[in-house]
Design a protein around this ligand. Structure first.
Ligand SMILES: *[C@@H]1O[C@H](CO)[C@@H](O)[C@H](O)[C@H]1NC(C)=O
Ligand SMILES: *[C@@H]1O[C@H](CO)[C@@H](O)[C@H](O)[C@H]1NC(C)=O
Ligand SMILES: *[C@@H]1O[C@H](CO)[C@@H](O)[C@H](O)[C@H]1NC(C)=O
Ligand SMILES: *[C@@H]1O[C@H](CO)[C@@H](O)[C@H](O)[C@H]1NC(C)=O
Ligand SMILES: *[C@@H]1O[C@H](CO)[C@@H](O)[C@H](O)[C@H]1NC(C)=O
Length: 460
């Protein structure tokens, strides 16, 4: 287990929620008395609270009030509830006697996504401590804020030691002491953020320290993600002919020599170029039997439909490759990670493409196409990837909407790990990220928009 995971319980995200400090009393008028709709999440919160308690020591639900906010297919319940709890019994003699029950006042936040409940937070305290709501969550920021939670005495010692480990692992240096302090504070916030993402993941993924842990999410988005992908499909492509054969149970193009080593885009929003070269490398290999590592820098410099490090679209890139006349190799036109003057020379073209196609949005059909035809260029919502370490990621749909696509990558295979179906995804953030540079995303639930922008070059 990662050393920071125990901190989760401190954030009240796990059962047996921590006792909350007294909070300011605030708007009462928004709270409704209990309705059957509110009772379901309240019972779920109670069950979570009681998990692991002995039969005699379980709390029961008293009064409940609450309110609900809806977004998409999810509902967020904020609940106030009293719980009646018998004190734990250590002496069998006195336990025979009737005891006065303890009343706890709790606030819960429960997310309901298509009937699946998740307890986002729970605070319980003695009745007289007046636990009151003073938060104003919206769906974009409903995570609890660190500075509102009681922290353990040694929280900062733990964080300092994690941060030192991070600095050593990733060989970080900071110019000034102030910068180091700032990065450490960002790091601490990110650890909390990673735990929240962890607590809400429905797959097997682990989140925590990565080489991006000292960047704010905003910095990370600006440096590594690709906002252009939000803006639609660019060039229109004809739909691919579907593959008739059913998808084999599993497939991995890495084992068949169709995939080059994981590359590193650096601080440049050029993921679109890596996604496309990865696809063309596979198409060329399957047609010509030769695996060549192809040039992303050629696309960064010479593809005028796209915006170099500011983002791009695979559909535009295919079109640019055709217009230019093909791709040079990585060796001939090496990656620099920033925009330069185009120095493409037709003589050095090693690979051409004849066309490009748009693929099905059905994951089963995508699997069938992949197994028969090669790795696929896709684009996804990169939610959580800044903190991803390993395992199969399956964020809540609400948090990883298919409408916020911001990262292009390459599907290279699929399968199951202990019955959890996954897509194997080649990323372009180096081998010191994820599982040797790869990301694993849940398959069959259209997770993070994995199915919405699948395409391929065609080599005749
Ligand atoms: C709650 O929201 C209102 C209006 O949106 C805002 O004025 C107020 O400052 C917020 N309160 C807190 C504690 O964030
Ligand atoms: C912090 O406290 C916990 C529990 O009291 C202990 O297990 C952990 O080793 C402490 N960490 C440090 C860095 O002292
Ligand atoms: C660590 O970084 C320093 C300066 O940036 C560099 O000289 C050194 O080679 C790096 N060491 C490793 C192991 O990467
Ligand atoms: C595919 O493109 C190449 C290079 O432009 C060309 O030589 C070849 O004839 C094309 N193939 C077909 C079937 O059009
Ligand atoms: C993969 O797991 C899913 C869900 O548990 C299951 O339906 C499917 O049959 C499994 N596939 C294989 C090939 O084991």
């Amino acid at each position: 287990m990662a050393p920071w995971l125990p901190l989760l319980s401190l954030l009240g995200l796990l059962r047996g929620a921590v006792s909350a400090p007294p909070r300011r009393a605030a708007d009462a008028q928004a709270w409704e008395p209990v309705t059957p709709e509110l009772l379901r999440p309240a019972r779920f919160a109670l069950e979570t609270y009681n998990r692991g308690r002995a039969a005699g020591a379980r709390a029961v639900l008293g009064a409940v009030s609450g309110r609900v906010r809806r977004a998409g297919r999810g509902s967020l319940y904020s609940l106030k509830a009293t719980l009646e709890e018998e004190p734990p019994c250590s002496d069998p003699m006195t336990c025979q006697l009737p005891v006065s029950k303890k009343t706890l006042l709790c606030t819960f936040e429960v997310l309901d996504e298509l009937g699946e409940h998740t307890l986002l937070r729970g605070d319980c305290g003695p009745e007289d401590a007046k636990v009151a709501d003073d938060r104003n969550e919206t769906f974009s920021s409903f995570f609890p804020l660190l500075n509102k939670d009681p922290l353990p005495q040694n929280f900062s010692t733990e964080m300092v030691s994690l941060f030192k480990h991070f600095i050593a692992t990733y060989n970080r240096t900071y110019e000034t002491e102030e910068e180091a302090q700032r990065r450490m504070s960002i790091f601490m916030n990110n650890m909390v953020r990673a735990q929240e993402i962890q607590a809400l993941d429905r797959g097997t993924a682990q989140y925590g320290v990565t080489k991006f842990s000292d960047l704010t999410e905003e910095e990370f988005r600006t440096l590594y993600l690709n906002p252009l992908l939000k803006e639609g499909l660019g060039q229109t492509m004809r739909p691919a002919k579907p593959v008739d054969d059913p998808a084999p149970p599993e497939w991995d193009w890495r084992k068949k020599g169709a995939v080059t080593n994981v590359k590193n885009q650096g601080m440049c929003g050029s993921c679109w170029a890596f996604s496309v070269t990865g696809n063309v490398e596979g198409q060329w290999f399957l047609r010509q039997g030769d695996l060549l590592s192809l040039s992303e820098q050629e696309l960064v410099d010479c593809d005028t439909l796209d915006k170099a490090c500011m983002g791009g679209l695979p559909s535009n890139a295919y079109s640019a490759i055709k217009t230019l006349g093909g791709l040079e190799t990585e060796d001939d036109y090496s990656y620099r990670g920033h925009l330069q003057t185009c120095s493409f020379t037709a003589d050095k073209v090693k690979v051409y493409i004849n066309d490009s196609v748009e693929l099905s949005k059905d994951e089963q059909k995508l699997a069938a196409w992949l197994a028969k035809k090669g790795p696929i260029s896709i684009a996804i919502n990169a939610f959580g990837m800044q903190f991803y370490r390993r395992g199969i990621s399956r964020p809540l749909r609400l948090l990883c909407s298919p409408w916020f696509i911001d990262h292009a990558v390459l599907l290279v295979g699929y399968g199951n790990r202990s019955d959890v179906p996954f897509w194997a995804i080649k990323n372009s953030w180096g081998t010191d990220w994820g599982e040797e540079g790869y990301y694993y995303l849940h398959r069959g639930s259209r997770a993070c928009g994995v199915n919405v922008m699948a395409s391929s070059a065609v080599v005749d």
